[in-house]
Structures are given as structure tokens and as C-alpha cells.
Design a protein around this ligand. Sequence first.
Ligand SMILES: *[C@@H]1O[C@H](CO)[C@@H](O)[C@H](O)[C@H]1NC(C)=O
Ligand SMILES: *[C@@H]1O[C@H](CO)[C@@H](O)[C@H](O)[C@H]1NC(C)=O
Length: 347
Amino acid sequence: MARPKIFLLITFLLISSFTIAMAGYNIVDFGAKSDGRTDSAKAFLSAWNAACKANKPAMVYVPPGRFKYVEGLSIYGGTLDGRGQALWACKMAGRSCPVGATALTISQGENVLVSGIKILNSQNFQMSIFGSTGVTVERATITAPDESPNTDGIHVQMSSFVTIKDSTMTTGDDCISMGAGSTNVWIEKINCGPGHGISIGSLGLSGDDEGVQNVTVKSAIFTGTQNGLRVKTWAKPYKGMVKGVTFQNAVMKNVQNPIVIDQNYCPSQKNCPNESSGIKISQVKFDDVQGSSATPVAVKFDCSRSNPCTGIELKDIKLRYQNKRAQAFCKNARGTAMGIVEPPSCL
Ligand SMILES: *[C@@H]1O[C@H](CO)[C@@H](O)[C@H](O)[C@H]1NC(C)=O
Ligand SMILES: *[C@@H]1O[C@H](CO)[C@@H](O)[C@H](O)[C@H]1NC(C)=O
């Protein structure tokens, strides 16, 4: 695959409204050009330095456009408040509303570090990593209410060598979601909840998808989430694959679906495709998953009729429902179980 052109697009959505009391530093006044080609790094740094020297509250203003095309960017600290409440209300009322902005997007970046950022109440995804290589997000705190629509914590797509660690996410959707073309992803020490868990997918909604490969999720704690560790694909014939996934050392606290592969994904339960998923899922390992399920079925593998799941591995699983034995459900799923596995494996 051709190496993506190295540039980085950062969208700060919150800086769109000026407060009169603030000193504004428009990057364009410092020489930035929004033509999508000119390197505006110097202008950013000059505006930043000027704002830091101001003797009253200051704001660096980035007008709409494409400015920054660099590799090797580090972002330390900072708070992004997406003020999504009005847009969520519109969406929840079922009116037709804009999709909404993502608080921070790293697009076509290389060697990017985001350390200690706080993101809250984004209109849509809180953070998105797209078409990038070598992105590390550490010590992030991402917060949106339980009922806020589509506020995924971090969405990864068409990206490789992505690390997300030591972070806490409270969201209305997936804490972390990995879409098509997520490869070599390492996720470690995550607190998730409320939210919809850590998910691969959804895949296969509107066309063939680039595969998801070599994903590790290690040491995650899920509290009151809808799902824990999940792979989801639509029941449509579009092709793709999920291969080489390790979910290791997870704690579930009252999670509705702690372990789930769902190849009939259809969240609205309306006009569901009801075909057979063309996404092939293989080599997915669940190792050391403990805690409580909020529903009787703690382990669910609902795989594709035409592409059964293969090489599923369960090892040292201990999940209970209301302190009683929980159940496991398998359909079109093949694999092995090792060590203590509760509920008993149906593979
Ligand atoms: C899998 O991804 C990790 C990074 O998450 C990387 O260190 C490792 O080399 C990759 N393994 C393979 C076989 O590509
Ligand atoms: C889905 O398809 C199967 C097999 O074609 C059929 O038996 C079932 O009734 C369908 N379900 C729905 C909800 O349409």
C-alpha cells in the first residue's frame, strides 16, 4: 500500500466563538495559509507564544481551513469542550440535525503524541485517528453523558501502530472503536464506563472493508457498560476480515454483554439486513476476563452462517450473573477453551 502523504489536520472545534474579554490571536495574522499545502507550523507556534505572553485571558484562533501538515507533533495537556448538548437534544428528538464535529481529529498524521488531554461533551466522536501511522494517546480523560448519541471516545480507522493507554472514558457510545483498516493497535490500562465498551467495528455496513488485524486490548476495567469486549459486523455480504485479536486481563463490573461477537449488528433493530455477514473473523483470544454480567448471557458468539468464526480462544474466564452461573451462546463459532472457563464454553 502506498504510504499516505504526511500531513496532519487538527480541528479544534471549540475555538469558534470569541469572548470579548479575551485577547484573540488569529493564526492567519501570523502567516498561516489555509491552502492545505503551505507549512503553517511557524505561524501556529508564533500565535501560541504571543498568546502565552498576553496579560489577560488569551485565545489562539484557528479559522476554518486546512493548515498544518507536519509529522512529529506532540500535544500536552489541554481541555477541549465540544458543548454538544444542544446538538444531542436535536438528535434525540429525532429531528434532522447536522452530524456534528469531532473534538480532535488526527488525520493522515505520522508520529503524533497526545498526552494528558481532557475532552468533554463533543458533538460527535470525541477523538478520531484516521489514515495515520504511529499515534500514541496517553493519560486522556474523555467525558460525555451516558445518553449522549455517537460520542465514541476514540475512533480509529485506516491507521496503524496506534497506542492508547492509561486513559479514562465515560461516553454515550463506544469508549474505543476500531473501524476498517485498524492494524497493529495496542490498547492498555483503560477505564471504560458508562459507555458501550471497547469494540472492533462496526464493519460491513456499506461496502467491502479493509481488514482489522493485530489488535491487543490489555488491562481494561468496564463499569456499568452496555458491552465489554466486542466485535460487531452487519449482516450483509460485504467482504472483510478481523484477524489476530487478543483481549487480555479485563474486569467486568455489571456489564450487559461482557464478551460478544455480533455478526448481526443492527443497533436500531429496524430494517435489519438479515443476510449473512461476509466478514471473516478468526484468531480472537479472550484471556483472563473476570467479573459480573448484568444479563444472563455473559459470553455471546453470534457468527456468520457463510463465514463462521474460527480460532476463537477462551482462557481463564470467570463471569457470573447475579452471583449465579451465567450462560454462553454460540452460533457458527469454532475454537478452543483452556483453563477455568465460566460460564462453560460452547465452542
Ligand atoms: C502487532 O502490533 C504491535 C503493536 O501494537 C507490534 O509491536 C507488533 O510487531 C505487531 N505484530 C505483528 C506480527 O505485526
Ligand atoms: C431472517 O432470515 C432467516 C433466513 O432467511 C429467516 O428464517 C428469518 O425469519 C429472518 N428474520 C427476520 C427478522 O426477517
